[in-house]
Design a protein. Sequence first.
Length: 349
Amino acid sequence: MIDGTSGRDRRGPNRRQILRGGAGIAGAAVVGTAAPLLAAGTAEASVAASKHFSLSGSGGNPIWRATLHQPYWAMQSFAFDNVNDRVYFAQHRIGDSAGHNGDLWISQTDLSGNVLGTMALHGFGHGSSMGVEPTGAGNTPYLWIEGSDSDDNGAGEKLSRFRFGDGLTLEYGASSIYDRTPTVSSFVKLPRPAIDPYTNRLLIRYATSDSASRVWRLVVFDMADAVAGRLSDGYRLVERAIPNNDELGLTAADLFQGITLCGQYAYLLYGGPGGPSYLVTLDLNDTGGSYYDKFETTAGASLPGREPQGAAIWLVSGAPRLAFGFSSKTSGDPDTLDASVFYKSDFVS
């Protein structure tokens, strides 16, 4: 085991049997209808039942304090190319008077965190979540990440899809970028992507308003529809509200730090610098402020300046693992930062 069992909490309605509808982690999804969305507390359509990860179960630590391409920029998220055994990390440049809020570095690494390639992104966003879409053995993948940075802490207003290019600098607005911003009727801004490589689906976390008291939702599509730009109400597989911090029993200091998807369940990461960190399980078929499980993880507890950053699904011999990351900081002038990745591999049986 890589951490303890403190902080376990399970609540919310409809505590389902862990495995329904046959063997395997997930079955076919039920496609949603084009009916108008209801209130933020409701769920739209449903997906087939699957197993879910044991948040307190065993796992490992494949990447420990890796130095990414830019040691003075903070790692924000990561995702796996499971075809070519590569990891892609997004690093965010802290805003300054020159207006670099939306600048990102992408580091391509091996499964131990050794940097193999890099790409610079200008005018994209904060990089708080990303997805990797493999294109075959030996080929570079497409990356999914926010684009069109704004005054909202440099966060991106659009969803971008583009092919990774080692050594390239990509300016937002380039013709090689595909705009894949969702068009579901409740979408307003701040799309954040994650890809489930096991069921080949795209999850998007997004805000339903432009106010300080935003309501956050998630929506899921088949990758074939997402790649083709079919991201409207009629193509969604499922949609639901994300509980706010009060509903999760968290404080304002427990910042949202990442999201990923595997089968019927979404997994979210919360925590702030130097404080506790939490993994949360959401059942896509539940509604409103409900959640299935919450677990305080002590993974990486010895890291200096430990801050949770990013979550992704990693396939190993076809079996999914729940990976989650931490940025750590070494004091200096300027401070240097590095990246660590942990995972959970056990499913509740």
